[in-house]
Design a protein around this ligand. Structure first.
Ligand SMILES: [Zn+2]
Length: 149
């Protein structure tokens, strides 16, 4: 048997006592290990259901079987092909990109890339790619716009 102090009078009392034997104050509610485990299990279920909805909405989109990451990679390949010095291109994580589903099999990807121009200066180019997912990660380019900052 372990003892705790009464929160009202400080008298020592059993952890199992419902009331303090000295002043009669109701003991603070104590969680048993069973209830703690149950609470953790419930918390896991709640997180498993709601966390993906909150954190990764973008990856939920389905463009004729492709997800937003597939779309981003395809878009960067279309942009890379248009750059003066593609080997200097630095794309950024697709997290900051704006990927929108336009129809069942088309989407737009807006983001930016840093690359070197013909004079060796680094320029940031914003791009918007509209494309259609044919199948098996094969995409058809519909529209590509690139603008300097
Ligand atoms: Zn007490």
């Amino acid at each position: 048997m372990s003892l705790i102090q009464c929160k009202e009078c400080g008298h020592e009392m059993s952890t199992k006592a419902k009331n303090c034997p000295q002043c009669g104050a109701v003991a603070a509610y104590r969680w048993g290990i069973g209830r703690i485990i149950m609470a953790i299990i419930i918390l896991f279920f709640v997180l498993a259901i709601f966390l993906p909805m909150i954190t990764d909405k973008k990856n939920v989109i389905d463009i004729n079987g492709a997800d937003s990451m597939d779309a981003y990679i395809a878009a960067t390949n279309f942009v890379r092909a248009k750059l003066a010095n593609p080997h200097t291109a630095k794309f950024y994580a697709h997290i900051g990109s704006d990927i929108k589903k336009l129809s069942n099999d088309t989407c737009s990807v807006a983001s930016y890339v840093d690359s070197k121009n013909d004079f060796g200066g680094e320029v940031r180019i914003y791009f918007t790619v509209k494309m259609k997912h044919l199948s098996n990660k094969k995409w058809k380019l519909l529209d590509l716009r690139m603008n300097r900052e």
